[in-house]
Design a protein around this ligand. Structure first.
Ligand code: 5RP
Length: 221
């Protein structure tokens, strides 16, 4: 097992402590969450069920015998557990490396608590070193790309990738995201953008971080 996998596994295991009996658990997407699903399996008869943030997560949960509800079937999700591509000191995030940002953002919004699980490589002072993913309607791809270039950033089309919602992803490079909420709001104004992978207005409520030795409950700056 390579080093970062070991850290992902450790933080996923620690997240299980925050799952309570009878909870409906929102489950994110990605390699860290894949470990979390393994640890959730023994609790499958103790929780009410889950809501999945992607088709791939739904398939993995069901393959482990874990009940998956449609979001429309549940009224409140007490806890949403997901990874991130970057986390800043205010618990604001870049997400969407795996392309599941839209459903992830909806479930984060619908959840009482968002517990983010990352290894230490994801911590940054300023968001934007990781290219910011945006989900875009296919017909708006070129228009949205031109609007991004006007903002002096560099969009790159994730060619060949189609989201669970039938859309495309543009990854925006060279953006120093000094004011995350402003940038999230600005980008949300561009017609054709479905979701911005900046989770600034609704960031995480709690962040668990694993390093070489331990898992830390991160303090907000
Ligand atoms: C998927 C995501 C993931 O949370 C993010 O890409 C982190 O993934 P990993 O746990 O594999 O590092 O936002 O859309």
């Amino acid at each position: 097992m390579i080093n970062s996998d070991h850290k992902k596994q450790a933080v996923a295991r620690a997240a299980i402590e925050y799952v309570e009996y009878d909870d409906i658990v929102g489950v994110g997407t990605g390699s860290t969450v894949d470990y979390f699903i393994e640890y959730l399996k023994p609790l499958k008869n103790k929780i009410s069920g889950t809501v999945a943030s992607s088709i791939s997560t739904k398939e993995k949960l069901e393959a482990n015998g874990i009940k998956v509800f449609d979001l429309n079937e549940v009224s409140e999700i007490p806890i949403y557990i997901d990874g991130a591509d970057e986390v800043n000191g205010n618990f604001q995030l870049i997400k969407g490396g795996g392309g599941a940002l839209t459903r992830e953002k909806i479930i984060a919004a619908a959840s009482k608590k968002f517990l983010c699980i990352v290894d230490e490589s994801k911590l940054v002072d300023v968001l934007g070193r990781f290219p910011l993913p945006i989900e875009v309607l296919p017909m708006a791809r070129s228009y949205v790309a031109r609007e991004i270039i006007k903002k002096e950033a560099m969009p790159s089309w994730r060619e060949g990738f189609v989201t669970d919602n039938g859309n495309i992803i543009l990854d925006i490079n060279h953006m120093d995201i000094i004011e995350p909420i402003k940038i999230e709001n600005d980008l949300n104004q561009i017609p054709g953008i479905v979701t911005v992978g900046l989770f600034a207005k609704r960031g995480a409520d709690q962040v668990l971080v694993s390093n070489e030795k331990e898992v830390i409950n991160l303090e907000k700056k």
